[in-house]
Design a protein around this ligand. Structure first.
Ligand code: PLP
Length: 490
């Protein structure tokens, strides 16, 4: 088969054209049994391919037909030995990836700033996380990835780890030296699992950081839906065999996946792969040029700074993705949150994310000069307004919390009996909930860790500085959930 073909999407279209009489789910039967307002809005085309795993349409759980062909083409396009489609986002693929290498009581090396799906996977698998501090960019107030040195140190101390998980690139588009990290991990026979949620496109252009498969990683959970043109929730899990078994990965992914897989999502993966494989280079080329021109124009505006290649060269900033526009707004005397709100209210512009110092705008295959102009014009207006604004916000320093000692596995802590006690009296107890501060988006506590006075102080300082502390049930953090202790009976 060639990369110009779309076996899954074409198979669905041919099936819909035959227009069989359906005595199977979905019960809306091509929309006929659906609320008319929604049906008219979604349209007959989409509803005609909202189908299910009947014989001619293959089955994601045991693909042998059009789904297998589509997955095989994706594997070829992404340089993997096997590719599995996920209808449960990259979160689902990440959980499968971790559970495929780690069981109860086994160690996995992970950066502290992982996505919540990694922590869910650690709870589900019963594994023991060995955390690596990510590098913090004090100037931008964000965390980057992990360094080759820290991976080497972690493996020297824990050569029995079952995997090393790397976020590559980060949400902000920053990459570590992934190839080197893979070499180090493989010298210990430890597989590398890549959270590639923000990097589906990097495989298709040589001006972008190396993709997980190009760097020789063993598995990568990749959000095709985020930057690759498929529909929300559709992702892939790429596997290189050797240290991991694709069959085992497939059976774990299947255990975690609905039996009612959406064929609209699956077909969108098939067509996104075709577009990336056949036109990706040109489309991404245009995207990079557009993003670079916006970056230049933003950097001509007083007091705004759009980060570019000057960020490279530190141990954790080996490469970057220029299609991510990290716009530092702190010199305006505003927070990123303020700017996000201002852009929404004044210009109907929605950004990808904001934090204390920055906003992040992503430029993709779907953008043109028109959107670029709107963003630059809006930012110019904002900068002009700010010149005359009294009472500017003073940036607070983003600090790094110490990582406390883990007394119980996150899974044991999750299932343990808990009690609620006052925050101020919690030193020395084992916490049963997550506490995060954003930025830099790193957990201060995860379930199972011993509460230290130093970390309580860190939380207090962040609350005083007005930084959002997230996670605990009590928003104000006057109380905290800890593992219940039973006193000896006299
Ligand atoms: C770094 C990272 N990993 C994983 C995910 C999960 O991806 P998905 O939303 O496709 O489940 C996200 C989502 O934002 C993410 O930012």
């Amino acid at each position: 088969m060639s990369q110009n073909q779309t076996p899954l999407f074409s198979g669905l279209l041919a099936h819909a054209k035959r227009n069989p009489i359906q005595f199977h789910i979905p019960g809306h039967k091509k929309g006929a049994g659906m609320d008319p307002e929604f049906r008219d809005f979604i349209g007959d085309n989409a509803l005609s391919i909202d189908l299910i795993n009947i014989g001619p349409l293959d089955d994601l759980h045991q693909p042998k037909g059009i789904i297998k062909q589509a997955q095989d083409l994706a594997a070829e396009a992404f340089g993997a030995d096997r590719t599995f489609f996920s209808v449960q986002g990259t979160s689902g693929a990440i959980i499968a990836m971790v559970m495929a290498v780690c069981g109860p009581g086994e160690k996995i090396i992970v950066p502290r700033n992982v996505h919540k799906s990694v922590m869910s996977a650690i709870v589900f698998s019963g594994s023991i996380p060995v955390f690596i501090h990510p590098e913090i960019d004090i100037d931008l107030g964000i965390s980057h990835g992990i360094t080759t040195e820290s991976v080497e140190r972690a493996l020297q101390q824990h050569p029995d780890a079952k995997g090393v998980l790397v976020i590559n690139p980060t949400y902000f588009g920053i990459s570590a030296d992934l190839k080197k990290i893979v070499e180090i991990a493989h010298s210990y026979n430890v597989p590398v699992l890549v959270d590639e949620a923000h990097g589906v496109h990097i495989h298709f252009h040589d001006e972008l950081p190396l993709s997980a498969m190009q760097a020789g990683a063993d598995m990568a959970a990749t959000s095709v839906h985020k930057l690759g043109g498929s529909m929300t929730q559709s992702s892939i899990l790429n596997v290189k065999e050797g240290l991991v078994s694709a069959k085992h990965v497939q059976s774990i992914l299947s255990m975690l996946t609905t039996t009612s897989t959406s064929y609209i999502l699956l077909a969108s993966l098939d067509v996104a792969r075709k577009q990336l494989a056949t036109k990706g280079k040109d489309l991404i080329d245009k995207t990079i040029r557009l993003a670079q021109s916006i970056r230049k124009r933003i950097n001509e505006i007083d007091q705004l700074h759009c980060i570019g290649e000057e960020i490279l060269g530190s141990k954790a900033t080996f490469d970057y993705d220029p299609t991510k526009l990290i716009i530092s707004v702190k010199e305006l005397g505003l927070t990123g949150y303020d700017v996000e709100k201002w852009l929404r209210e004044r210009h109907n512009i929605e950004v990808e994310l904001s934090d204390l110092y920055n906003i992040l705008c992503i430029i993709t295959l779907g953008d043109t000069e028109a959107e670029a102009d709107l963003l630059v014009t809006a930012l110019k207006e904002l900068a002009d307004e700010c010149q005359h604004r009294p009472g500017k916000f003073e940036p607070v320093e983003v600090l790094l919390p110490e990582i406390p000692i883990l007394a119980l596995t996150p899974r044991d802590a999750f299932y343990a009996e808990t009690e609620v006690i006052p925050f101020e009296e919690s030193e020395g107890r084992i916490i049963a909930e997550f506490i995060m501060v954003y930025p830099p988006g790193i957990p201060i506590f995860i379930p199972g860790e011993i509460i230290t006075q130093e970390n309580l102080h860190y939380i207090r300082k962040n609350l005083e500085a007005g930084l959002p502390v997230q996670g605990p049930e009590d928003d104000e953090i006057k109380t905290i959930h800890v593992i219940k202790e039973y006193k000896a009976i006299k």
